[in-house]
Ligand binder design. Structure first.
Ligand code: GAL
Length: 960
């Protein structure tokens, strides 16, 4: 007899097996990453490309035949702004990069990519999705213009089925114009988020077509939530169809715990919605502290055949705001320890690898941050994935306020894309619309946006980040949750008393500025003291805003401006400072002292942090301000073992001492209320740096060409102590299965490059003085005497047009001719790795020969053929000959021909100075399993090496 317990275990095992077996089932949908191997060119020499005179005939790089051989190959995500130099004359708000109207040649870029669709893809719908392009993107497919999309922050997508060819190559061209900014901070330039190719059956789930919600009666969590699924389907076939939608719910432990299905009719060439509901029992709730994720598997079938299957991660939780209790998570008050963040990081700018999103979310969690405001734009989906997985609430923000059709379409896309993420707790319709905020029109627009959001997602509240104080006019009078940017103080109490029905949240607070490791203001170098004492006029210190909010539960907590430093907005100084100082972390994610202030009051972990560092040669006998950020009820400070007194810590505060400097050890002891020691820490005067140290954040990463390891570079003294003032310039070399993506050091005034590009030695030689003669030619690649070196062509006619010109030499159809020119090369020229002969058109067909050897042919007058002729060259005189057959009208060889001698690619020498003891190197894996070794050297210190393992991991599905 089998016991009940064993039976349950058996059932659990079988259901796990079931889950595993359907997990392995392939979906007919292919969702493919289209990031690798784009060709990129900075510059816009083809203004005609945007004229769009007739369909399907894109000009310049938009045309199919365009030759991009010499364009750089880049993998996405890519931000070309990070590669540009700093310039004092450039726009400082955007980080002093040589980008914008003044730098037109740097501000427009082109990307091209070919992809092959197989014959087996025939009959499928083909979708192209861009997650984010900064900005003003124009897209062509096979020369057909398909889309213009301005905003740099919203995704866009096209069904390109009509334009593609199956069993053949297809060309995608994207023109990106980053001349105009959108915000007032660094925004990058280029295709800086992922691109996807989706292949679906003609009946399939619509883009962002699955919405899964968990409903509780009155939004109060209980043990029996209702899971509500809305599946939006597309039928692009010519006949109506019966479709069955099946939902399976998989628990965080990977067990199927519920399944439901429904059959509905879908009219021909239409979209339809199928709603499913089911109850589950004993849910495991999602929270930042326990980010447990369920999965919904949605399967669509027609006539018993599965046509689509998609997996959607979701969480079970409730969110809400109460006017008196503040933010509620799972029915209980939950204080938002939030930070606002832009989307750039040292070394890579806006082009953040997915693994870097995770790195950054972890750094924020390190000091107790539990909420992230995606200021001032919708985020990349991978940030939300990281927040779902790691546990971080999100305020998801729209770029602009507006109820015009374009803005509402973008809002629609934003909400549909992000509404399944449990991390998203609140929508924010805009930031600081100073000039209109209080007007009736702004109230109308806000109401329209809010109502629309509620229609798409009734589960989350809506806010607006309001800059001005005590007004209940315009947006503030219609918005569900009143947002407060700055202006903390009695006016908030008054507002709350006068509007007791409206919940509140601190959408943006603090904005205190500080430079990591700097303890005096230095306007010349653009540094500010990190003591939590410098703030612009509209803002306040960490201690002031937080102690005010912490005392008022109805305020829900709030979001600090900012978690990380970011490029641009170099407040309070301008050039040479190129980035902001607002961060609790610098641009690399290295903690500033403020990190410990927040950690003290935002976590339960004992914190005892003493600042500043204790390396002050020359200041002996002078007074130095010492502060302690701690959550210990009492703290005693010691200098070289001598007590400087014990002080009581007030909640949400900090302690300070004036200490007469003497080198040695400055230490602190933390005590609990009963006087028991609960923490000790110290800072010591170090010796000079003697060696470097490299510490990877992860010692094993996936060999998938996407994963990263983030190295901290530091300098140690003879006793192995980190030297907080080291500023050595460090060089980096990498060997093995990794490549350096970028370097940084958090110095807000550093003008060192974040990234270094390989160089390709190249020399271009024009091929001039062509002669030609009409004659019948052989089309079977056979050399004629006229192609050979020893043929004398002096009696032939000379082409009038030279390099850059064009000339129709053959005036009649079905007529052929031979063209010859000479290229004199030295022994040194022959050292080139490749010699690319670049032809610029041959009307209509051409057969190309070098020193009598056949090198290639072309059959399209628009083609710009390129052949590597290096193997056929010798020192001295070389003959290039082309047999041309003109089929229609006039024709001939375009004499604009060059030979490019290319050397070997030279890897760049990466380097970065330490800034107050630290620098960062971001290394990405290749596809090779094994390891890579990073070496750091300077002239002055002992070098360091560190090895990171790369373990096999299947690449996610991608377009080869
Ligand atoms: C706010 C604004 C932010 C940033 C900040 C600097 O008013 O919303 O984007 O500019 O000021 O303190």
């Amino acid at each position: 007899m089998i016991g009940l317990r064993s039976l349950l275990i058996l059932i659990a095992a079988i259901s796990t097996l079931v889950v595993t077996s359907w997990a392995a089932t392939q979906s007919p949908r292919q969702h493919l990453l289209l990031d690798a191997n784009w060709k990129f060119h900075l510059g816009d020499e083809w203004p005609e490309a945007l004229h769009l005179e007739s369909s399907g005939t894109g000009a310049g790089p938009a045309s199919e035949g365009f030759d991009d051989t010499f364009w750089r190959t880049v993998d996405l995500p890519h931000d070309w702004a990070i590669e540009l130099p700093f310039d004092a004359a450039a726009d400082g708000g955007h980080g002093f990069k040589a980008l914008g109207a003044k730098y037109q040649a740097n501000s427009i870029g082109w990307y091209r990519r070919t992809l092959t669709l197989t014959e087996a893809d025939k009959g499928k719908r083909i979708w192209l999705t861009f997650d984010g392009v900064f900005r003003d993107a124009s897209v062509w497919v096979n020369g057909w213009f398909v889309r213009h999309h301005e905003s740099g922050y919203y995704p866009f997508r096209e069904d390109i089925t009509d334009l593609v060819r199956f069993g053949k190559g297809n060309t995608i061209a994207v023109r990106v114009d980053a001349t105009k900014p959108e915000g007032w901070f660094y925004e990058g330039a280029g295709i800086y988020r992922h691109v996807w190719l989706d292949k679906t059956a003609p009946i399939a789930i619509a883009p962002n077509g699955v919405f899964v919600r968990t409903l509780f009666e009155k939004n109060v969590p209980n043990n029996h939530p209702t899971i509500v699924v809305e599946a939006r389907l597309l039928n692009s076939t010519g006949s109506g169809s019966k479709v069955t939608v099946r939902g399976q719910i998989v628990s965080p432990e990977g067990k199927e715990i519920g399944a439901f299905s429904k059959t509905a009719s879908l009219a021909r060439q239409s979209a339809g919605i199928v709603n499913l509901t089911s109850k589950i029992a004993s849910p495991i709730f999602w929270s930042p502290e326990s980010p447990k994720l369920y999965e919904l598997v949605t399967t669509v079938s027609t006539g018993g055949v599965v046509v689509d299957r998609q997996r959607t991660a979701f969480g079970i939780r409730t969110v809400g705001f109460d006017p008196n209790r503040g933010f509620l998570l799972n029915g209980k008050p939950y204080v938002l320890h939030g930070t606002c963040n832009h989307q750039d990081h040292a070394g890579v700018g806006a082009a953040m690898p997915d693994a870097l999103q995770e790195f950054r979310v972890r750094r924020l969690k390190d000091f107790g941050c539990n909420a992230y405001r995606t200021s001032h734009n919708p985020p990349t989906p991978e940030l939300l994935d990281a927040c779902d997985r790691l546990g971080m609430l999100v305020m998801d923000e729209s770029r602009l306020m507006g109820s015009d059709s374009e803005n509402m379409t973008k809002l629609d896309e934003n909400i549909r894309r992000d509404r399944n993420h449990p991390c998203v707790a609140i929508w924010n319709i805009a930031n600081e619309q100073f000039f209109v905020q209080d007007t009736p029109q702004a109230a109308n627009v806000a109401r329209t946006m809010q109502d629309y959001i509620k229609r798409l997602d009734g589960t989350r509240p809506v806010t607006y980040a309001a800059p001005e104080g005590n007004t209940y006019r315009g947006v503030n009078s219609v918005i569900e949750v009143r947002g407060w940017n700055y202006h903390y103080g009695p006016e908030m109490d008054r507002y709350h008393a006068e509007h007791p029905f409206q919940p509140n949240v601190g959408t943006e607070q603090a904005s205190v500025v500080g430079t990591r490791g700097i303890y005096t203001n230095d306007s010349k170098r653009g540094y500010v003291s990190a003591y939590d004492v410098v703030w612009p006029g509209w803002t306040t210190t960490a201690e002031s805003w937080w102690s005010f909010f912490a005392d008022r539960p109805w305020l829900s907590g709030g979001f600090v401006w900012t978690g990380f430093d970011y490029r641009g907005e170099p407040t309070p100084y301008w050039w040479p400072c190129i980035n902001s100082h607002f961060g609790i972390l610098d641009t690399c994610g290295f903690p500033k002292d403020a990190f410990y202030y927040y950690k003290s009051w935002w976590t339960a972990a004992p914190v005892l942090h003493v600042l500043p560092h204790w390396n002050w040669p020359g200041r002996e006998g002078q007074s130095v301000l010492v502060e302690v950020f701690s959550n210990c009820p009492q703290v005693e400070l010691f200098l070289n073992g001598r007590s400087l007194g014990r002080k009581r810590m007030k909640a949400n505060s900090k302690l300070s001492w004036e200490v007469i400097y003497a080198p040695g050890t400055l230490s602190a002891k933390g005590f609990d209320g009963a006087g028991k020691i609960i923490g000790e820490s110290k800072v010591e005067t170090t010796g000079p740096a003697v060696r470097l140290q490299l510490t990877p954040d992860r010692e094993t990463i996936a060999a998938d060409g996407e994963d990263i390891s983030v190295f901290t570079v530091s300098a140690l003294d003879a006793e192995g102590r980190a030297v907080p003032v080291a500023q050595n310039n460090v060089h980096f070399n990498i060997e093995g299965a990794g490549s350096i993506l970028g370097v940084g050091n958090g110095d807000p005034s550093s003008h060192e490059p974040d990234t270094y590009l390989p160089t390709l030695p190249s020399r271009e030689i024009p091929v001039l003085d062509w002669r030609w003669q009409r004659m019948p030619i052989s089309k079977n690649k056979t050399s004629l005497p006229e192609y050979a070196n020893d043929f004398t062509d002096s009696s032939w006619a000379a082409l009038r047009a030279q390099a850059g010109g064009n000339e129709s030499t053959i005036k009649t159809a079905n007529t052929s001719a031979v063209y010859r020119s000479h290229l004199v090369l030295s022994e040194k020229d022959l050292k080139a790795d490749r010699a690319l002969a670049c032809f610029s058109g041959c009307d209509d067909e051409g057969w190309y020969f070098v020193n009598g050897h056949f090198v290639g042919e072309s059959h399209d007058w628009q083609a710009r053929p390129v052949f590597d002729i290096r193997p056929f060259l010798h020192a001295g005189d070389n003959v290039i000959a082309v047999g041309v057959n003109n089929l229609y009208g006039e024709g001939g060889l375009n004499p604009n021909v060059t030979v490019r001698l290319l050397g070997k690619v030279v890897a760049p020498q990466w380097s970065r100075s330490l800034f107050n003891g630290l620098a960062q190197v971001i290394v990405r894996s290749t596809h090779a399993a094994g390891s890579f070794r990073l070496t750091a050297t300077t002239d002055e210190l002992k070098p360091a090496t560190a090895t990171v393992k790369t373990t096999p991991r299947a690449r996610r599905p991608f377009v080869p």
